[in-house]
Design a protein around this ligand. Structure first.
Ligand SMILES: [Zn+2]
Length: 304
């Protein structure tokens, strides 16, 4: 079986062409997966916008209302770094719905992948670093509230610490947070995940893969989650404009294989989100395609 891929055409909301966030990457990724033969048209599943009651399991009503109405303060707006236009507000609610859907599909099929998500710098009452709502945190709270799962793990391998996710679940034993990130990267002030692995600048493939090669399987054995939410951010890549690690594309692909294989060989369902990545669109979208390649291959290898 091919894993379900969650996508909505509205994900790539228009931004001013001078804006540094690569908003077109979602649409281009959707195209690339088809061009590379990694996805059939009927493999894509479209989400609905997250209902407000889901969002409010994590976010304060004041915050999401102010965002939707364009009433955030100038400072709040600047901290997010994205303009609250109507298309952007719509895609933000859709992307949260998309991660919840991806998590549900992962429980059903063993593996599912989202062509968005991983906005891990969004706190209950404010956004930060291109992140408005914390999609993985909302998905975790929705599934716990519905008693679909008893124990979750968030594995965040984006180059930036999953600071808001760590803070949101600091007192929630049912959500185990793991962040492997570059110590010197944003955010300056780190939070405490259940397990943090801060890495030095310039780390390359072999050292990176040996750092996570024992860690991830051991944590899965200890925690035995009912579901893993995997942030496969590609900003640890050596050419990324914001990240300071030095992985190659092969290194990222092997990282994704390692995580997915570790989950699937333990029969732990896994939902992937694409996380961050900052470069020219073509190489960037190629990099985001890697986790879908790993997922397609691992689904086959594990007989899903
Ligand atoms: Zn990042």
């Amino acid at each position: 079986m091919r894993p379900p891929f969650v996508y909505h055409p509205a994900y790539s909301a228009p931004l001013p062409s001078s804006h540094r966030f690569p908003m077109a990457k979602f649409r281009l990724l959707h195209q690339l997966l088809q061009d590379q033969g990694l996805a059939n048209v009927d493999q894509f599943v479209e989400p609905l916008p997250a209902p407000r009651r889901w969002l409010e399991l994590v976010h304060e009503p004041r915050y999401h209302r102010a965002f939707a109405r364009g009433e955030l303060s100038h400072q709040e707006q600047r901290r997010i770094g994205l303009p609250a236009t109507t298309p952007l507000v719509q895609r933000t609610w859709l992307a949260v719905g998309g991660t919840v859907l991806t998590a549900r599909l992962a429980l059903e099929h063993g593996l599912a992948c989202h062509l968005a998500g991983g906005t891990h710098h969004a706190y209950p009452d404010h956004g930060s670093g291109f992140c408005i709502f914390n999609d993985c945190a909302v998905a975790a709270r929705v599934l716990l509230a519905e008693s679909r799962v008893q124990q979750l793990m968030v594995i965040d391998l984006d180059v930036h610490q999953g600071d808001a996710t760590a803070a949101i679940f600091a007192d929630e034993p049912r959500v185990f947070t793991v962040s492997v990130h570059c110590q010197s990267n944003f955010p300056l002030r780190k939070q405490c995940s259940d397990v943090d692995l801060p890495l030095d600048d310039g780390l390359e493939d072999d050292a990176y893969l040996s750092a996570i090669g024992d860690l991830i399987p051991n944590l899965l054995d200890q925690v035995r989650p009912d579901l893993v939410l995997y942030n496969a951010g590609v900003d640890p890549h050596r050419d990324d404009r914001l990240g300071k690690l030095c992985l190659t594309s092969t290194g990222l692909l092997n990282r994704d294989r390692l995580v997915l294989d570790a989950c699937l060989r333990r029969s732990i369902p896994v939902a992937t989100v694409i996380g961050g990545g900052y470069d020219d669109l073509n190489p960037l979208v190629e990099r985001h395609g890697l986790v879908f390649r790993a997922a397609t291959e691992q689904a086959r290898l594990h007989g899903l």
